[in-house]
Each structure stands twice: as structure tokens, then as C-alpha cells.
Design a protein around this ligand. Structure first.
Ligand code: PLP
Length: 369
């Protein structure tokens, strides 16, 4: 790679993660790969096309535009739009054979006004209070089935505390699952059948592996990471990180003790130092507020990030590292020899979760698989 900064994907790891989940799940349960936000920065087209070659043919995205991008790239599997689509764009949902979420009963009316046959999954709000029609409104939910132009293929809900092992959060998750099952029973009582069901995303599967629905919607865990390094999960599963983030040294400077560097002269050399500028910055998705503990890997060694992050550069302290020169490769997330910076560590330094770090990786980064 002759780029200034880039992403490397390990597709074998992606395959291993798929197989690990498949062997854990019930036979009839399928993975719906969550490839929204450019597959959490991994490249939606690359990821979806690869997954199709290993038999994963169900996807979900956040928007109609993301669905169209996949279709234009030749993805032929099922694609569910999890979020809002403006009624003026429903024509495209149909044209590209995407499935739309019925966000709530009001939105069902927009779909009715659209008039043409459209494939949908109905969102049920079992307690998160984000999208979905409230589970209490069973009459409203059943009425959605009366809308003639809707081809309703499934119902789904979303768990909001499945990552937590706190007693009350476990109880709440179980309550959400129970409410979801109640909806299923009510629909069946009303003669409605032939719909698939899904409620688990990564932590739903990792902590409630006993659930038996038709699909699981896997995002972050499919890419081989937990959201946070300190999370403990119930399932005994090995996740292999798919993404590495790399860059290069642009230039190296010798600083004498007392000299400062970077915006605000935020870093001051406490000894004679060697400081390198690396060609990656906050415009590439490295949070500007990353903590002082943060480091990158250079020649298999840790090199602290010093001073303020810039839009296109970071400064690193390479005083103790031999053989650093312009073009030397740097690992921001990934392994070099015995050293490893996981996405979880990196997210921890930035005070956020891996999901956010991944999904904010910039468009400027080339993806190499
Ligand atoms: C983003 C999203 C997912 C995937 O979540 P992960 O925790 O990354 O697995 C699943 N379902 C819905 C509705 C989502 O919005």
C-alpha cells in the first residue's frame, strides 16, 4: 500500500467470526449482517460481497442510500433498511428490491399512501422507545396487516440493555423478549402468520444465546470486536478483529529538551527527543480528545501520541525507537510482533465504544482486503 493512511481487512477473520456464530446459533437461525455506516467503516461493498461468497445473504443498512450502494455494486441478497426513509424515496426502495422497516403505525400510513407493493418488516418497540410501534398498541399493530400494499415479511425489535450483566438490566431484557413473544402470540391469534422474527444484535446473541428467532442482526461482533474492552459476555466465543488501521511517518524531527511541538505547543520535550509526524489525523476518524495514554506501534514498539492531534497528522514520540524514517509504517489499530492495539483499547482511550470509532473512520482511508 502506497497510501498515507489506510485500512487493512482480514477476511479470514471475518469468515471465522461468521462460522463461530453459526456454530453457536440454532440451525434455522440466520445471520443478518449489519453493514450500515459503510459496514462500521470496513467498507460495506467489500464486506457484503465477501459475505455473499461464504453464504451470508441477509443484510441490514440504516438508509435507502446505503441499500442502493450495495445493489449498484452487485449485492443480490436481502437488504432491510432499519431506519427512516422519506416517503418520496419509497419508489427507490421498491426499484432496488429493498425492504423497509415500518417504523411505527403513523409511518404505516405513509406506506399505505405510497400505494405500491412494498416489502417490509414491522418494528416493535418493546421498551427502548426509539423506533417501532409500542408493543402495548396491539390493535394498531394488527391494523398494519390490513394495509393491502404491504408485503409484511417480518417483525423485529431491538434490545437496549443486553450488554449489561446488571440484575435489573437482565430482567429488562427478558421483559423485552417476553413482550416481543406476546406480539407474536397476538398476531397468530388474529390469524396472521408467515412472518420471521428478530430481536438480537451482537450483545443480544452474546448474552442471550439461548433465544431462538429466525435472524440475528450482527454488527460490531461480526467485525470481531466487543463495544468495550471491559465487557463480559456469556457466550464462549472467540472474536477475531477484522480491521487494522495503518499509516506512515511523513517526517522526523530532533527536538532538544525544552522545545515544544504541535498546536498550542502542547507537547514539551522533557529530554532530547525524536518526534515523528504521522499521516493520519482527526479527519480520518481518530478522535481529537484521545487520552494522553494513547500510543501507536512503530517497528513493533509503542510510540506515544504527543501534543494535539491535527486534522491530517498526529505527532508521535519515537525517541526510543531505532530505524524510523519517512515512509515507515505505523499501526494505529492492529498488531506488530508481540504488541497489539485492539479497537477496544483505542476506543477506551477515546472515551467511547468501538462502534463509534469504526463508523467514524474517514472516507479518505483506502480499504485493502
Ligand atoms: C446497529 C444495529 C444493530 C447492530 O448492532 P451491533 O451491536 O453492532 O451488533 C442491530 N439492530 C439494529 C436495529 C441496529 O440499529
Amino acid at each position: 500500500m502506497k497510501e498515507r493512511a489506510w485500512i487493512e481487512l482480514n477476511m479470514d477473520h471475518l469468515k471465522q467470526n461468521v462460522h463461530a456464530f453459526q456454530s453457536m446459533l440454532q440451525k434455522k437461525c440466520r445471520i443478518m449482517a449489519v453493514v450500515k455506516a459503510d459496514a462500521y467503516g470496513h467498507g460495506a461493498v467489500e464486506v457484503a460481497k465477501y459475505l455473499e461468497t461464504i453464504g451470508v445473504t441477509d443484510f441490514c443498512v440504516a438508509s435507502v442510500a446505503e441499500g442502493i450502494e450495495l445493489r449498484n455494486a452487485g449485492v443480490i441478497g436481502e437488504i432491510l433498511i432499519l431506519g427512516y426513509t422519506h416517503p418520496a424515496r419509497l419508489e427507490e426502495v421498491v426499484a432496488y428490491d429493498l425492504m423497509q422497516t415500518v417504523i411505527d403505525a403513523d409511518y404505516a400510513n405513509n406506506l399505505k399512501e405510497f400505494g405500491k407493493e412494498i416489502r417490509v418488516h414491522v418494528g416493535i418497540d418493546t421498551g427502548m422507545h426509539r423506533l417501532g410501534e409500542r408493543f402495548e398498541n396491539i390493535e394498531e399493530i394488527i391494523k398494519i396487516w390490513e394495509i393491502k400494499n404491504l408485503k409484511i415479511e417480518g417483525i423485529f425489535s431491538h434490545l437496549c440493555v443486553a450488554d449489561s450483566m446488571e440484575k435489573e438490566d437482565i430482567a429488562f431484557t427478558k421483559l423485552q423478549i417476553e413482550r416481543f413473544n406476546q406480539i407474536r402470540d397476538k398476531l397468530i391469534e388474529n390469524g396472521i402468520k408467515d412472518f420471521c422474527m428478530h430481536i438480537q444484535s451482537s450483545y443480544g446473541v452474546l448474552n442471550y444465546p439461548e433465544c431462538e428467532y429466525d435472524f440475528v442482526r450482527l454488527g460490531v461482533s461480526l467485525y470481531g470486536s466487543l463495544s468495550a474492552g471491559e465487557d463480559k459476555v456469556k457466550a464462549d466465543i472467540m472474536l477475531n478483529p477484522v480491521l487494522s488501521l495503518k499509516s506512515r511517518i511523513e517526517c522526523v524531527k530532533e527536538l532538544v529538551v525544552g522545545e515544544s511541538a504541535g498546536y498550542g505547543l502542547d507537547f514539551t520535550a522533557k529530554r532530547n527527543s525524536k518526534i515523528a509526524a504521522v499521516a493520519i489525523g482527526y479527519a480520518d476518524g481518530i478522535p481529537r480528545n484521545i487520552s494522553k495514554e494513547a500510543y501507536v506501534l512503530c517497528q513493533g514498539k509503542r510510540a506515544p501520541i504527543v501534543g494535539r492531534l491535527c486534522m491530517d497528522q498526529i505527532l508521535i514520540d519515537v525517541t526510543d525507537i531505532k530505524e524510523v524514517a519517512p515512509h515507515t509504517e505505523i499501526t494505529v489499530i492492529g498488531e506488530e510482533g508481540a504488541e497489539r492495539i485492539t479497537a477496544e483499547m483505542f476506543a477506551g482511550w477515546a472515551g467511547t465504544i468501538t462502534n463509534e470509532i469504526f463508523s467514524r473512520l474517514g472516507k479518505r482511508l483506502k480499504i485493502k482486503s
